[in-house]
Design a protein around this ligand. Sequence first.
Ligand code: FNR
Length: 473
Amino acid sequence: MAGRLSFSNITALAPMVRVGTLPMRLLALDYGADVVYSEELIDIKMVQCRRVENEVLQTVDFVAPDDRVMFQTCAKEKQRVVFQMGTADPDRALAVARLVQKDVAAIDVNMGCPKEYSTKGGMGAALLSDPDKIEAILRKLVGGVAVPVTCKIRILPSLEDTLTLVRRIEKTGVAAIAVHGRFKDERPRHPVHCDYIRGVAGALSVPVVANGGSLDLVKSYDDIRAFKEATGASSVMLARAAMWNPSVFRSAGPLPLHDVMIQYLTYALRYDNHAFNSKYCLCQMLRDKVESALGKRVQAAQSNRELSEAYGLEELFQQTQAELEARRDALLSPERRRGDVIAMDGDVTTMALKFQRREYPPQLTPKMFLLEWSRRQKMEQPTYQTVQRAQDRAFQSTVTVQDRKYRSSLWEKSKKFAEQASAVVCLRALGIPEGRAGEENVERLHKRKMEDTCNADEDKRKKKQVMNDDGSL
Ligand code: FNR
């Protein structure tokens, strides 16, 4: 088993909301970061998540009740990823830490973020004025999980107060303290107070991770050493410098931004990252070029396909999609592939299946089969209720037949397909032919449909004839 993550003499990707998602973390690791922090994730949301092993993407997903993936990680970063949490509640913090600890290298508590989403409810920088709460949270975590626990603070108005706080924090048993060398009310444009970080580093025996140097101190890998010297800290954490160009972690020097963006997008496609998140990160890298021709295309993109097109990566997009699809298919057993495994979700009968258009003759669909069958049974027409989820705009439909509900647990790209999938579930659950090519009575129905069409044409022709006979034309 690998040892505990050390925070001594490391360079880290700092926690950044929206930026620190899986593709950015993997890219930073590729370029040489030793440790990567997740974006801050709020305990109230995380505690409701369930842990799902995503076999297709080969990730571990923490999924909220509304099916949004709040945190996604994978084996490649397991020994190096720090899960950063926003919390003001020791018990809830522990519950979340226990939920994720198997999949991450350490747990960090955000005590520095001055933004409202973090400070409301006493989280983030609000904790700095409540050292008892800080101590309670950290003690609970240190005593309750097997991975190292750390925290990230801002400095207090006086060095003396800052030192009193960090000494108290150190006693809780944390593995490291990251210090963003700015006061709570200071903005990112204010110069960083290296002297405060130096004071903290000199006062503690646990590793101190210096942060806040992106604006005017750290432009390239060589500056990281200079920032360590200026602060006396053994470790450094970079936020904006890495957000603007993650190859800042490369000891051989940064790469051209265009290459970096392509590598970022390659990870984003591979892990099916949400297009709006990828777009946000790419816009941060484009920075002042966001109004260029490329920048405008990136801003206008609504999907991973359109983002790929902006960079001329259509082929990579197709290939990645095909690989994911092939993995999806390979994972399904013959029964599951046919979707024959029934599960109840409340009062809804479900199967995990996708509508495969190519399995049906051109003019027949499962929906038509279900309608035809209901008519023959003198039942009411089936009704379809479809929902669309926010994160990828996929659809799921539930069909009701004689007060019983049926749906596929898999989501479809279009409303039409979602309805067809729910019809397939209903037909299979009831053991009724569904119209697939080669099925026994498909040919018969197909023939009947052709006959119906011919008859309708014949009727039309006759009507016209009648009109002609009447001389009414
Ligand atoms: C941040 N920062 C931040 N800090 C934190 O503890 N948790 C978070 O989720 C975030 N989110 C975040 C998003 C974005 C877009 C930025 C730019 C920053 C603060 C960040 O980690 C760091 O402390 C500061 O940016 C200062 O470091 P640099 O930028 O000078 O290296």
